[in-house]
Ligand binder design. Structure first.
Ligand code: NAD
Length: 340
């Protein structure tokens, strides 16, 4: 356990169990230098407890980096609830989790993540106010899409010389909550869309609504385009897939797109501009953090616009220093998290 904590520079790890509801919860608090830790709550099955701890620690670390570069007064945290084989009362389990969060007195604020939804957050909210993305707070995905759209424009400007997306070919992998909203904005901006999703119904909708061209999922990454926007699962960029890319820019919403830091260097070597995922997809985090603080929608929109300027700053450093944008982003975040 301490080895994982040291490797990720985790500040604290909290665990709780509740026999009555089957709750087995881990809360990883990565770094609270900039503010209380904020991050989603996963509800998944894990092969063993070590894997759950590792997942929580790694994800909490990336939340610290994301919040820091998004200019938020928040730290990074993540909760993992180990999903039992059978659960009798899901609501009671999430209520027990709410009581656990309350014991941390605001050091950790939770949100939806894989396997959880706003109804679960509503249960948590019965016992603590340190919870976001409840039914009342609304879905952050449209805000993530807005940030990605602005980030794509900034990336197009940096690599193709103009932020005008008219006539550019954008390939979107995944037309879920974020990908579909992004497709709509890109279509309005005049981009030509190439789309794939495991759900043919979503593809068909994009074909009808945006005149998108469907591409089979297995072929999307190697489809010639100007911009590739991964908006499905993470881990899509590895040594093998990067060798097949035929685009100038990779800029999308998916978390953890790179399977290893070396992939960023490979993208760089191939002349493909990569928008660091945790920078371009921070819109949802900005939305939940600022909604939780009671900020207005115009204030949130203003804050979202900083995603584009942050990317522009990262690209300028990357070019000047001949480093990959991913490396530059990590260094800028670490300066904020670990000042000398
Ligand atoms: P979602 O589950 O609503 O949508 C994902 C879509 O991708 C689904 O329609 C799925 O069928 C499709 N998909 C999965 N694998 C695919 C593949 N190989 N090829 C084609 N399509 C595939 O998820 P979402 O909320 O839209 O999030 C998308 C990504 O963005 C995720 O990686 C998520 O972690 C990340 N993200 C989301 C938010 C947010 O606000 N929702 C914020 C930050 C990051």
């Amino acid at each position: 356990m301490f080895a994982i904590m040291e490797a990720t520079r985790l500040e604290a790890l909290h665990v709780a169990q509740d026999s009555a509801t089957g709750l087995k919860a881990i809360i990883a608090i990565h770094n609270t230098r900039l503010g209380p830790a904020l991050g989603g709550c996963r509800y998944l099955s894990y092969p063993d407890e070590q894997s759950a701890i590792r997942d929580a620690a790694r994800l909490a670390q990336s939340m610290s980096y994301k919040a820091a570069l998004a200019g938020l007064a928040q730290g990074g945290g993540k909760a993992v609830l180990i999903r039992p084989a059978h659960v009798h009362n899901r609501g009671a389990l999430f209520e027990a989790f709410g009581r656990f969060i309350e014991t941390l007195a605001g050091r950790y604020i939770t949100a939806v993540d894989s396997g959880t939804g706003s109804a679960d957050m509503d249960c948590i909210a019965q016992h603590t106010r340190h919870v976001t993305s409840t039914t009342a707070a609304g879905d952050p995905s449209p805000h993530t899409a807005m940030g990605v759209f602005a980030g794509i424009r900034a990336s197009a400007h940096a690599r193709l010389g103009s932020a005008d997306l008219q006539g550019l070919r954008v390939a979107i992998q995944g037309l879920g909550h974020v990908g579909y909203a992004l497709a709509e904005q890109l279509h309005e901006a005049g981009a030509e869309l190439l789309v794939s999703d495991l759900d043919p119904g979503r593809v068909q909708l994009a074909v009808e609504q945006f005149g998108a061209r469907p591409v089979v999922s297995a072929a999307l990454l190697s489809t010639p385009c100007d911009i590739l926007a991964p908006c499905g699962l993470g881990g899509v960029l590895n040594a093998h897939t990067v060798a097949q890319l035929r685009c100038s820019v990779v800029a999308g919403a998916a978390n953890n797109q790179l399977t290893s830091p070396q992939v960023a260097e490979q993208l760089e070597a191939r002349g493909i501009l990569y928008a660091p995922d945790y920078v371009i997809n921070a819109g949802g985090l900005i939305y939940v953090a600022l909604t939780h603080r009671g900020e207005s929608l115009p204030a949130i929109t203003t804050h979202l616009s900083r995603i584009a300027s942050r990317l522009t700053e990262i690209y300028a450093h990357a070019q000047a220093e001949k480093r990959s944008p991913a490396r530059v982003a990590n260094r800028l975040a670490e300066r904020l998290l670990y000042p000398l």
